[in-house]
Design a binder for this molecule. Structure first.
Ligand code: 13P
Ligand code: SF4
Length: 328
């Protein structure tokens, strides 16, 4: 899923043929002016990509930034469902995603036909969907939530209203624990957050006893039970900035450490290890975007996100409900 050797050679050839400039940072800044574009990036992007963004955020912050932006073009540095969300909110803007293959295992774990059947089997249930899902699933939902506002949104629903929560079983279970609500969970998960090793995490804590463990709620329960703080990526970033602690074991995609280190240069951030030989945990979808692809997408005004208008309108309603119900 990462750039393979032939693809790197292909990019080198393009540089030699002058189709990719050597100073990509300047070329992207020039194109940004020409296009009247805004660059929105998620924290799981490569540091280089985070550094060219006008706004970096979690899914809630990125949705709010997409609503408020005045640009003609949104260059979305994240995965497909995020760029799709920007398009749902901005039908008249050109929304570019540098690599259309930047998908999401969690969104893929909830196919619309199966979900529609599941929903039809529970007609008295309200559907609350985590934003990490396709536009088709959003269109089948009553309210969207993110990891930053899921607990607050569920808490605003009348206690006697049965709820289906989709697609992340881990976030769903965490919200059940926090709210005491008995929700029906769709059985989806994120491949990145499910492969953290509890055994290695405990070993790491033993060798760094002063470190706080901070984790994303997409992790499994056996990992979350060791966490000193659980939150969205922005929540984790704020926590480390406000904490007196000097060391943190970070149990989420390691890209978020770039902003943590920038905001708190004297503090130490240790990525939690996955169940593999790798030392840290990167999302293979997020990391498909590269500076070269950003440049080419802006130069060619493609690949762009295109949505069926009836799906977009149906997906907009639960998005708007979320934005109305969010206070941050
Ligand atoms: P947040 O940044 O909203 O916490 O989401 C994390 C994530 O997995 C995005 O794909
Ligand atoms: Fe999807 Fe997980 Fe990657 Fe986020 S980290 S984009 S939920 S696969």
């Amino acid at each position: 899923m990462f750039l393979t050797a032939p693809k790197v050679e292909q990019l080198d050839r393009q540089v030699l043929q002058n189709s990719i400039p050597r100073d990509l940072f300047k070329a992207i800044a020039d194109l940004k002016k020409d296009l009247n574009a805004v660059i929105l990036a998620h924290y799981y992007q490569d540091p280089d990509l985070q550094d060219i963004a006008d706004y970096i955020g979690d899914s809630l912050g990125l949705s709010q930034a997409a609503v408020n932006c005045q640009a003609d073009v949104i260059v979305f540095l994240g995965v497909h469902f995020m760029a799709e969300t920007a398009k749902i909110l901005n039908p008249n803007k050109l929304v570019l995603l540098p690599d259309l293959d930047a998908g999401c295992s969690l969104a893929d774990s909830c196919p619309p036909d199966r979900f529609a059947k599941f929903k039809a089997e529970h007609p008295d249930h309200m559907v609350i969907s985590y934003i990490n899902c396709s536009a088709d699933i959003k269109a089948l939902s009553d309210i969207i939530c993110t990891s930053a506002n899921a607990v607050a949104i569920v808490n605003q629903i009348p206690k006697d209203q049965p709820i289906i929560f989709a697609p992340d079983r881990n976030l769903g279970r965490y919200v059940i624990e926090q709210t005491g609500r008995d929700m029906l969970l769709w059985d989806g998960a994120c491949i990145v957050h499910e492969i953290f090793s509890e055994r290695k995490l405990v070993q790491l804590k033993l060798s760094h006893p002063e470190a706080d463990i901070i984790a994303h709620p997409e992790c499994e329960a056996n990992v979350l039970r060791h966490a000193d703080f659980i939150g969205s990526t922005t929540g984790l970033l704020k926590y480390v900035q406000n904490s007196d602690r000097q060391e943190f074991i970070v149990v989420t995609e390691s890209g978020v450490i770039h902003q943590m280190q920038k905001a708190s240069p004297s503090k130490k951030f240790i990525p939690a290890p996955p169940n593999s030989n790798c030392a840290c945990n990167e999302c293979p979808y997020m990391r498909l975007n590269t500076l070269e692809k950003v440049y080419l997408a802006m130069k060619n005004r493609s690949p762009e996100i295109i949505l069926d208008e009836s799906i977009r309108q149906a997906a907009l309603k639960p998005m708007q409900r979320m934005l109305e119900m969010s206070f941050s």
